[in-house]
Design a protein around this ligand. Structure first.
Ligand code: FES
Length: 234
């Protein structure tokens, strides 16, 4: 059976039981700079499809507890999870930066603000000076650490630099911001919209789980200001 994350209409993500669920923790230095990823807690395996909260309201995160059905807030509204993102690449918001050794493809609307691109020389600057070995290496590392897949580098022979990622879902723990982040979908797992249409398969993508993205189903960094996402997963 194909491993799949199915988006349910105004409800949770329904996940194939054979997709592992772990915490993906941002390791920071003493200034709060994102340096690397580490795997935290691994959640118990499942025998049936399981449901991950997409609305941000669950009291049993990361799992759905049915809160998406409740009328909440001053407007007394149920969760509206309408998908608005394109199912393919967002060409209107994609920029290409041609450096001497590397080209950077920047699909800006996918940004989940994990900030690895700012670790050293910013990835955009590093690419433009990629004839220097150190900066070429930095550009590759910074783009490969981009969980959202916003940033991709390609060399002049057309080789695409992608990290080797096992198929799993990482619950991002944003250490510096002290908040939960999106679902990091790794290794090319199929994501199917509520209308049954698949999204472009990517090695890296981040799905909203705070319920506040304006680019549903993808993360748009809204979790950083969401009350629902304060603290870390248990
Ligand atoms: S999607 Fe069901 S509680 Fe959040």
């Amino acid at each position: 059976m194909v491993k799949k994350i199915k988006i349910t209409e105004n409800g949770p993500y329904e996940v194939s039981p054979d997709i592992p669920l772990v915490q993906s923790v941002i390791v920071i230095d003493d200034r709060g700079t994102s340096m690397s990823w580490k795997t935290g807690k691994k959640y118990p395996g499942q025998t049936e499809p399981y449901h991950l909260c997409r609305c941000g309201r669950s009291e049993n995160k990361p799992y759905c507890d049915g809160s998406h059905e409740k009328e909440m807030g001053i407007m007394k509204k149920k969760f509206d999870g309408t998908e608005v993102a394109t199912h393919e690449s967002d060409e209107l918001n994609t920029h290409v930066y041609e450096g001497p050794e590397l080209t950077l493809i920047d699909e800006e609307s996918l940004c989940a603000s994990m900030r690895f691109c700012d670790r050293g020389p910013r990835v955009w600057n590093a690419v433009m000076q990629s004839d220097k070995d150190y900066l070429k290496q930095m550009a590759i590392e910074e783009s490969c650490d981009c969980a959202a897949g916003r940033l991709t580098v390609v060399d002049k022979e057309g080789n695409v630099y992608e990290p080797k990622l096992d198929q799993e879902i990482g619950l991002v723990q944003d250490t510096a911001e002290k908040c939960r982040g999106p679902l990091w979908v790794k290794g090319g797992i199929l994501v199917e919209g509520a209308d049954g249409k698949p999204y472009k398969i990517r090695n890296r993508m981040t799905l909203c789980r705070c319920g506040e993205s304006e680019n549903m189903p993808f993360c748009d960094t809204s979790h950083r200001s969401s009350e629902n996402m304060r603290g870390f997963d248990e």
